[in-house]
Design a protein around this ligand. Structure first.
Ligand SMILES: Cc1cc2nc3c(=O)[nH]c(=O)nc-3n(C[C@H](O)[C@H](O)[C@H](O)COP(=O)(O)OP(=O)(O)OC[C@H]3O[C@@H](n4cnc5c(N)ncnc54)[C@H](O)[C@@H]3O)c2cc1C
Ligand SMILES: NC(=O)c1ccc[n+]([C@@H]2O[C@H](COP(=O)([O-])OP(=O)(O)OC[C@H]3O[C@@H](n4cnc5c(N)ncnc54)[C@H](OP(=O)(O)O)[C@@H]3O)[C@@H](O)[C@H]2O)c1
Ligand SMILES: Cc1cc2nc3c(=O)[nH]c(=O)nc-3n(C[C@H](O)[C@H](O)[C@H](O)COP(=O)(O)O)c2cc1C
Length: 598
């Protein structure tokens, strides 16, 4: 009788050889030898390190540490913000969970650690065994780049890889569970205690229940009860425009009821929304493909579905990336596309993909797809979109508010719209129920000290979490001073939440309030210009222990605001440029400089 060991599924990201080996080890671990007693003998120290911005990698690091502890190891969990490369060199075993931001960069505050590793004469890490779990999102050009760089750097320094790096897309749970099982087995194999081979004829075992870590706080447990795979269908209770009809843009306030659902959140968290594509665009795609939409295709959830439903509910059709273009070009042998995909044409490829969608491939390179199944193989799963929550649980009980900028533009003779923002704008009415979940943002929270001053810089939809923070602080009776920098295009048409903000200014809850309307005058005025105008006061607030928060556009605004923060520090603190950078880096390490940028 053969031994069935169903721990690691067939589609897990391992080779068949690795899977067989791992299944064998796991079977051994969970058979006759009590794991705890064996693990107690190891007593091995393991550094669990994370590079995280919105908390996903941090959460996984804590879960991993908990599991390691249960297995008898001595884990220490630490962020890479403020961590030194020398500390890492002193470890014998490090498990690193690293997410990627910006253009393939490290999360905020982690760069100094990586720069230390890159110093020319950095000592070798021959004694270090390590493994990297890289987190990212395939929609970004530099997928998991920081995790990849870190893994390569540690190997180059002589580190011994315990396991191949895993590059994980946004659905982290399954790959993490598999990586964790693999790592535990690997550690177990390397430890003095060896798991016995499963006895021949061992009966089929059920997979070990992977421990869940909902955290000690019951509020957070409820928040995790709804996930992107099991969202809450929440009723829309308010939808109104925050911008004037005459505005050059459209920003909406959309509120959901979560009353009595058990869902909860904290100010600073984000709301994930699972949208549906525009049916007119889907109809046009089907027409170009010459399919009627009733064809059966594999579903992203389970089993099969119609091609029409897959295109409306399951697949990305408004975004292009290298992988989609590569698959399409190879299927159709499209010479022009294949040329664009050459590494030396990266910039041209990014420009091509930026304002085009699947429909453009079908129009520009027709007759490539003959099999409906190819459509679902080619297009990635429709990802949820995140929106910073603009309400406060203390002030808006039973509700979640969001502030949504509607993405519309004309490109290549076609009116286009972002999936989710136009889903809100064009295809959602009050009382509709939308699938939502909470994406906790552990690093973007009110100061722990209710008396600490805070400075919030949030142009455009960047205002969202700060509206939540201001209401929360008032409802909780926090006495700390509040300073808001808000910017938009025009004061007459784009002054989001004007009445609320002016009323908070009038009653003193907003101790200081600066606006920057970029298109009201002949020349642009941005939030960072206002920061510079108020540089002495800004510096005084920092000296008083203020925390600085930035939210909104990542591509330009957040970089310029960061540079301005360094400039104010340099000029007001009479420091050299490197000393000012160090000061700002220290603010990050002390959790006094937070960014929620997208
Ligand atoms: C943590 C976090 C918090 C966020 N909070 C908010 C928030 O509070 N409010 C908010 O509005 N958004 C917020 N966002 C952004 C939000 O998640 C969506 O990305 C945004 O609404 C666009 O999604 P969409 O589905 O409408 O567009 P998509 O369908 O994703 O976008 C379509 C594509 O259109 C292209 N495109 C976009 N604009 C243009 C243009 N002007 N010209 C040419 N091409 C263009 C881009 O290539 C884009 O990928 C947040 C994002 C994150 C990660
Ligand atoms: N194209 C679209 O239709 C559309 C719609 C919504 C959102 N988005 C994208 O979504 C993100 C957020 O958009 P949003 O509506 O919140 O507002 P936003 O586009 O970030 O604009 C808010 C304000 O910030 C200003 N701004 C521009 N560059 C800046 C900089 N370097 N430093 C400081 N301020 C700067 C803008 O001025 P100016 O615009 O006058 O320069 C505007 O006054 C952005 O990435 C944006 O590109 C695009
Ligand atoms: C503004 C922004 C930029 C990002 N840039 C990248 C990127 O360049 N490459 C990538 O693979 N993922 C990128 N991501 C995705 C994150 O790495 C991913 O969501 C990760 O799970 C976040 O982990 P964290 O919560 O630990 O920070 C980006 C996410 C955001 C919000």
């Amino acid at each position: 009788m053969s031994v069935a060991v169903p721990y690691i599924p067939e589609d897990a990201p391992f080779t068949s050889e690795q899977r067989a080996w791992l299944n064998g080890l796991l079977a051994g671990m969970f058979s006759s030898v009590p794991r705890d007693s064996a693990a107690q003998e190891t007593g091995q120290r393991i550094a669990v390190l994370y590079a995280s911005q919105s908390g996903v990698a941090e959460g996984l690091a804590r879960k991993l540490a908990k599991e390691l502890k249960a297995q008898g190891y001595i884990p220490s969990v630490s962020t890479l913000v403020g961590y030194t490369a020398a500390s890492l060199a002193a470890e014998s075993c490090a498990l690193i969970l690293a997410s990627t931001y910006g253009d393939g960069d490290a999360p905020d505050g982690v760069e100094p650690f990586y720069e230390q590793l890159c110093l020319e004469r950095f000592p070798r890490m021959d004694k270090l065994s390590y493994a990297v779990f890289a987190l990212g999102d395939r929609h970004y050009e530099h997928f998991c780049e920081f995790g990849k760089n870190l893994d390569a750097k540690l190997a180059a320094l002589g580190g011994n890889r315990l396991a191949d790096r895993i590059d994980c897309d946004v659905d982290v749970d399954e790959p993490f569970a598999q990586w964790k099982a693999f790592i535990l087995a690997r550690l177990n194999e390397d430890s003095p205690w060896q798991s016995p081979r499963p006895p021949v004829g061992m009966p089929e075992l059920k997979p070990p229940a992977l421990p869940t870590d909902a955290g000690a706080d019951p509020k957070r447990q409820a928040a995790r009860a709804f996930t992107r795979d099991q969202p809450l269908l929440a009723a829309v209770i308010d939808k109104r425009s925050l911008t004037h009809l005459a505005s050059t843009k459209s920003t909406l306030h959309v509120a959901f009821s979560i009353e009595g659902t058990g869902m909860s959140y904290e100010a600073g968290d984000a709301c994930g929304v699972i949208p549906a594509n525009d049916q007119n665009l889907v109809a046009e795609i089907l027409q170009k493909l010459r399919f009627n939409g009733n064809e059966r295709v594999s579903s992203a959830k389970e089993g099969t579905t119609t091609l029409y439903d897959a295109l409306v509910h399951e697949r990305e059709i408004t975004r292009l990336n290298r992988k989609i273009m590569q698959g399409y070009a190879e299927r159709g042998d499209c010479a022009q596309l294949l040329d664009l995909l050459k590494p030396e044409h990266q910039t041209a490829l990014e420009a091509y993909a930026y304002d085009r969608g699947f429909i453009d491939l079908l129009i520009e390179f027709p007759e490539v797809i003959g099999d409906p199944e190819d459509v679902v193989t080619l297009l990635p799963k429709l990802a949820p979109r995140l929106y910073s929550i603009s309400s406060s649980p203390a002030a808006h009980a039973g509700q979640i508010h969001t502030t949504v900028a509607v993405v519309r533009f004309v490109a290549h003779n076609r009116h286009r719209g972002g999936v989710c923002s136009t889903f809100f704008a064009d295809r959602t009415s009050i009382e509709d129920r939308l699938p939502i979940y909470i994406q906790p943002n552990k690093r973007f929270k009110l100061p722990a000290n209710p008396d600490a001053p805070m400075i919030m810089i949030g142009p455009g939809t960047g205002i969202a979490p700060f509206r939540g923070f201001l209401h929360e602080r008032r409802a909780l009776g926090h006495k700390g001073k509040n300073w808001l920098f808000f910017g938009e295009r025009s004061s007459a048409t784009d002054y989001l939440y004007r009445e609320e903000l002016e009323s908070m200014q009038a009653d003193g809850h907003l101790t200081s309030f600066d606006t920057a309307f970029s298109r009201d005058n002949g020349h642009k005025i941005y939030v960072q210009d206002r920061m510079l105008e108020r540089a002495p006061q800004f510096w005084n607030w920092l000296q008083e222990g203020a925390s600085v928060y930035v939210c909104g556009d990542a591509s330009r605004m957040a970089k310029d605001v960061h540079a301005t923060l360094c400039r104010i520090t340099r000029e007001q603190g009479a420091m050299s440029a490197p000393a000012a950078e160090e000061y700002v880096g220290a603010l990050q390490e002390q959790h006094r400089y937070h960014r929620d940028v997208y």
